[in-house]
Design a binder for this molecule. Structure first.
Ligand SMILES: Nc1ncnc2c1ncn2[C@@H]1O[C@H](COP(=O)(O)OP(=O)(O)OP(=O)(O)O)[C@@H](O)[C@H]1O
Length: 606
């Protein structure tokens, strides 16, 4: 399947191919020819996908920074660049920062303004803000805001939102008006708010903000009243879209609007790899609209080059298709029901450093990393910083305040302290938290803590009553040979740190909880005492090896990649053990996970 543009007369092509059928390779090969003759644009949905494509091009000696004809970008990143070229200088803020610092106030105001008589605004607290932000994202990406009637809007949103669509619609408009008129960050808080991935623009007298994912929407809005000068678009003659199944209806509208009528377009994707339906992707609608809009030719491929017959059969069964392996190698599948220690003997020691562990979400990723670390005394090296997990940070903080003179200085102490202060039990404002964390030493942490425990500071109470109780109890423990696990469990109980347990809907909390479980297992296996913590911290640190260590990915991070040896964690032959409510997405997630393997696939169901 090479030189497709020469082979087919149609302006636009759609290649629908199964996992490993060579879609990204095809783009890289085609683009190689095109780059030599005209401006060529390679686009993906995610930053991870963009990195994968850059890697494929690099292997062919083509680095975008060195090739004037080659641009590799995410769709959102491209919209952002275009806005900048048009002179738009809005701040680009970090999603978490918006959810944490701006959304709560906005929602409160939106709720106060009253609703239709038949609808009352829900009681919504800060805990729900992430879910509400996801709803706003869905509302935008699915183009529900454009629906002509309430019924149409309800139809688009049905079963997709956490909150009532009328509430989401109200907040959506309030949020966008706030975005447009935001006065800019207060002095000193810029770094807390700005998106670290996007270089800050020059800002003089600028106001307004967006998330990078809102750039497509903002650009389309701007283009309603303006025509885009072709020059701004870079005159791309050849356009390639990878991960087309992840494109949202809004992004597709953007592509239709900005791509030159002369451009040849090749989009590649696999319907069964759509794992972002909750974010507004609608693969069937996007594929069909694209084909109709451009009268595009569809090319199907069921042949996979990545893995052998056994995995082709498993992936085929899962997705109801007849995958055909074209690989010269075979792929072994090993499914183990048990612990990590039961699985490890199946992996040749020399291959361990080639292993990639694929997990359903971030919480499972922490569990998997601790599980490997705890699997034997001579634990393998991990490309995962267990020392930076929530639980390790908590213990770094607790040890420092109890033994300020003995505590070793820890790398990235400020981040560890911030993790502790980010607990809902800490009542300080963001600026105060950063003041404490900035250049923190064990001595300074103890000083602040004594101050806070003595009755707060001028800024008011720093901790909830439970947390104060727990910290006072913790500081009162004098026996440095007491069992550390028992002490930590008492601290957790008194403070209520994990009173939310492992709630299904709170992945971040689950991540913290999983790190806590993993750390307690590590300490418990060694019957650790508090005085041993510095040495044990050293062991956690020593396990971290960025290059050559076992790698860990969530399914979304692993998309588009391939590895010789893959372990899918917390899964059996039938799929992931933990599941959400949407069967199709769960199937797609599992399909993406297993099809990352080239030679060996290990499934571990704990
Ligand atoms: N025509 C081909 N002949 C032999 N090997 C190929 C061919 N095309 C691709 N491959 C190899 O198959 C593997 C999978 O290719 P690629 O990553 O491009 O697939 P993909 O369809 O993009 O996969 P996915 O959708 O799962 O991300 C790579 O190792 C690639 O080098």
């Amino acid at each position: 399947m090479q030189n497709l543009f020469n082979h087919y007369p149609e302006k636009a092509l759609l290649v629908e191919g199964v996992a490993g059928s060579g879609k990204s390779t095809l783009i890289a090969e085609e683009a190689r020819y095109c780059v030599s003759s005209a401006p060529t644009l390679l686009m993906t949905f995610s930053r991870a996908g963009r990195d994968v494509l850059s890697g494929y091009m690099q292997k062919r000696g083509l680095v975008s920074a060195e090739q004037p004809n080659l641009t590799i970008s995410t769709i959102d990143g491209l919209a952002h660049q275009l806005l900048r070229r048009l002179g738009d200088e809005r701040y680009v803020l970090d999603r978490d920062a918006v959810v944490r610092d701006l959304l709560p106030q906005l929602v409160e105001e939106a709720c106060e303004e009253g609703f239709d008589w038949e609808f009352t605004a829900p009681q919504i607290n800060e805990e729900h803000m992430n879910a509400l932000m996801a709803d706003l994202e869905f509302f935008r990406a699915s183009r529900a805001w454009e629906a002509e009637s309430a019924e149409d809007c309800e139809f688009i949103c049905e079963g997709k939102l956490n909150f009532d669509y009328r509430f989401v619609r109200r907040v959506f408009y309030a949020y966008d008006s706030y975005r447009a008129h935001w006065p800019g960050p207060e002095a000193g808080t810029e770094n807390l708010l700005l998106d670290p991935y996007v270089a800050p623009a020059q800002r003089t007298g600028v106001f307004g903000f967006r998330l990078i994912s809102e750039a497509v929407f903002d650009l389309l809005e701007r283009l309603e009243s303006e025509t885009l000068d072709e020059r701004f678009m870079g005159g791309y003659r050849f356009v390639f879209i990878d991960e087309f199944h992840d494109t949202t209806p809004l992004q597709l509208a953007f592509l239709f609007r900005i791509l030159s009528p002369q451009a040849r377009i090749l989009a590649v994707g696999d319907r069964m790899q759509n794992i972002f339906a909750w974010r507004g992707t609608d693969t069937d609608a996007v594929f069909n609209t694209y084909v109709q809009h451009y009268s595009a030719r569809i090319i199907h491929s069921l042949q996979t080059y990545r893995f052998g017959d056994s995995l082709a059969e498993l992936a085929g069964k899962l997705t109801g298709r007849q995958l055909q392996s074209m690989a010269r190698h075979k792929t072994d599948i090993t499914a183990v029901k048990g612990t990590m220690a039961d699985l490890l003997p199946h992996i040749k020691p020399a291959r361990l450093s080639h292993l990639a562990v694929v997990c359903r979400n971030g919480a499972d990723k922490v569990s998997a990393a601790f599980s490997l670390f705890n699997s034997s005394d001579s634990s393998p090296e991990l490309a995962y910083p267990l020392v930076n997990t929530f639980a390790a940070s908590l213990l770094v903080y607790l040890y420092s305040v109890r033994f300020p003179r003995l505590a070793p200085m820890v790398k990235k102490m400020d981040e560890a302290v911030l993790q502790f202060l980010s607990l809902p039990h800490c009542l300080l404002d963001e600026q105060a938290k950063h003041e404490i964390a900035h250049k923190a030493t064990p001595g300074s942490l103890r000083m602040y803590l004594d101050l806070h425990l003595r009755g707060g500071s001028v800024k008011g109470e720093a901790f909830s009553d439970e947390m104060k109780n727990a910290l006072q109890w913790w500081l009162g423990q004098k026996d440095s040979k007491a069992g550390l696990v028992a002490e930590l469990e008492t601290f957790a109980r008194l403070s209520g740190v994990f009173s939310y347990g492992a709630s299904q809907h709170r992945v971040l909390e689950q991540t913290a909880w999983c790190s806590w479980q993993g750390l307690l297992r590590f300490l418990s296996a060694r019957q650790a005492t508090i005085e041993q913590w510095p040495a044990l911290y050293g062991r956690l640190l020593a396990s971290w090896k960025t290059r050559g260590g076992i790698r860990f990915y969530t399914v979304s991070e692993a998309k588009g990649r391939e590895f010789d040896e893959v372990m899918v964690y917390n899964a059996g032959l039938g799929g992931f053990k933990a599941r959400g409510s949407d069967d199709a997405i769960e199937r797609n997630r599992f399909y993406v996970a297993i099809t990352r393997a080239k030679k060996s696939l290990f499934l571990l169901a704990g």
